[in-house]
Design a protein around this ligand. Structure first.
Ligand SMILES: Cc1cc2nc3c(=O)[nH]c(=O)nc-3n(C[C@H](O)[C@H](O)[C@H](O)COP(=O)(O)OP(=O)(O)OC[C@H]3O[C@@H](n4cnc5c(N)ncnc54)[C@H](O)[C@@H]3O)c2cc1C
Length: 430
């Protein structure tokens, strides 16, 4: 991310900690409560924007010393863009590309499922975007004070009046509420729930992803091509860009880091898809090219935390990416948190969020896992049956399914619009 932005975000913390340690009396009313958000990913930033607009005093800390591009591209469906819109997050038109026509393609090159998102009557777009562009929009919407970069939470101790926090650099503080938005390997989760509640589940699949400027290769249709034990996705981005992901069934931790080298990747997936071949050849010639590689895991034990320690986003319910809904669920969590904020005390917010969100997230979480497993099936008969079944699904049922996935988020966004003060009033409470 650009330097100017980084500098703008380096402001210190204002509320729970000044000169080391400050004693903060617990607030009975959430409106004046002091909140620490741990992690400035999509979930943490969205929660920060929402709570600040409601008058909360929010500090955000981020372990990374600078905002490096966190991954490659991302799709956001109407349930996510509706919430971002309600919060006044402005995505620049030049950063977004409509999802448009999408096709899941079988090994034989024929579509298994295809169509466009049926969203013409929905005033919230389905988009593809580069992660750094989304991040920049969130940071701009957050405003000042920005994120305290290079500060990692080490431990926390919840008490009846607040949560005492210690950071890796030795700093300490106390807040009325701590929100763990620190991702799938959440330290906040480990501190609040214990290590046993933190074990992730490996999907048996490992994933490489990259974006590339490739105007002559931008596909008209977003494709995901299935092959036994393998998948490739090619997604159009704005400004002549392409987002690519490749997934392979593999034992956990294999192959090693060298596999993310573009030429090693091209060799590995030679012949899987002509578009992938061409894009990897382009990448080989780009000195700035970066391929991200990681195993796909989820967090099977969904939890929104306990008492004054709340979890959201991947820290609460990391899911596999097969529905393209992980970030959207983090964004929805932030909306639900904001809607509960005024009538719920800090010590009851985690329980309230669980009531509001768990069932909704569990459905998406489970469906995402299943799709990923089915996509990698091997065995000719099994694959033939799967493909025949998918091809027989009427387009209307697919549309209904997508709308059902979006509806709860759109509804949250509509309620959020009703409680959000106009942006000019968005000042932290004195
Ligand atoms: C391959 C892949 C593709 C995906 N595609 C999509 C998609 O198309 N659409 C979609 O909606 N979702 C998608 N997702 C899911 C999405 O990326 C995540 O759900 C989302 O980024 C989670 O956001 P988060 O803020 O909860 O966590 P994160 O993005 O992980 O952010 C956590 C932050 O906390 C920081 N942190 C960690 N520990 C500490 C600490 N101790 N102290 C301070 N800071 C800390 C980290 O540095 C990080 O910045 C995809 C995921 C993967 C793996």
């Amino acid at each position: 991310m650009e330097n100017g932005m980084e500098n703008g975000m380096e402001n210190g913390m204002e509320n729970g900690m000044e000169n080391g340690m400050e004693n903060v009396t617990s607030m009975s009313r959430p409106r004046g409560a002091r909140v620490l958000i741990v992690g400035a990913g999509i979930g943490g930033l969205t929660a920060g924007i929402a709570l600040r607009r409601l008058g909360a005093r929010v500090d955000i800390v981020e372990r990374a010393p600078a905002f490096a591009p966190l991954g490659a591209g991302l799709t956001l469906q109407p349930n996510a863009t509706a919430v971002l819109g309600a919060l006044g997050v402005e995505l620049r038109p030049e950063d977004v590309h409509p999802i448009g026509h999408v096709a899941m393609i079988g090994r034989d090159g024929r579509p298994l499922i295809e169509g466009e998102p049926d969203d013409e009557d929905i005033p919230h777009p389905s988009i593809n975007i580069r992660r750094p562009d989304l991040h920049r929009a969130l940071i701009e919407a957050l405003g000042a004070p920005g994120v305290r970069l290079g500060r990692a939470l080490r431990s926390l101790t919840p008490g009846p009046d607040g949560v005492d926090v210690e950071f890796e650099d030795g700093a300490r503080g106390r807040w009325d509420l701590v929100i763990g938005a620190d991702g799938v390997h959440s330290t906040v989760r480990a501190c609040a729930l214990g290590d046993a509640a933190c074990a992730t589940r490996y999907a048996g699949q490992t994933c490489w992803r990259f974006t590339a400027p490739a105007p002559e290769h931008v596909p008209v249709t977003t494709i995901e091509r299935w092959s036994p034990g393998r998948r490739v996705g090619v997604v159009p981005l704005s400004r002549g860009g392409v987002y690519v992901y490749v997934v392979e069934s593999a034992p956990a931790g294999t192959p090693g880091p060298g596999s993310a080298d573009p030429s090693a990747l091209r060799e590995r997936f030679q012949g899987l898809d002509a578009r992938l071949d061409a894009l990897l050849r382009l990448l080989e010639r780009d000195p700035d090219a970066r391929v991200h590689h990681g195993d796909l895991v989820d967090q099977p034990h969904l939890s929104y935390g306990r008492g004054r320690v709340l979890l959201l986003g991947d820290a609460a319910h990391a899911m596999t990416p097969n529905m393209g809904q992980g970030a959207a669920m983090a964004i929805e969590d932030a909306a639900a948190l904001a809607l509960s904020w005024r009538e719920t005390s800090p010590s009851e917010l985690a329980t309230r969020l669980r009531e509001l969100r768990r069932a909704r997230v569990a459905v998406v979480h489970k469906q995402s896992w299943r799709i990923g497993q089915v996509a990698h099936w091997r065995g000719p008969l099994r694959c033939w049956l799967r493909d025949a079944l998918l091809r027989s699904v009427p387009a209307r049922s697919l549309e209904r399914g997508m709308r059902a996935t979006w509806a709860p988020g759109i509804e949250l966004a509509e309620r959020l619009r009703d409680v959000m003060p106009p942006r000019a009033d968005a000042r932290p409470a004195a």
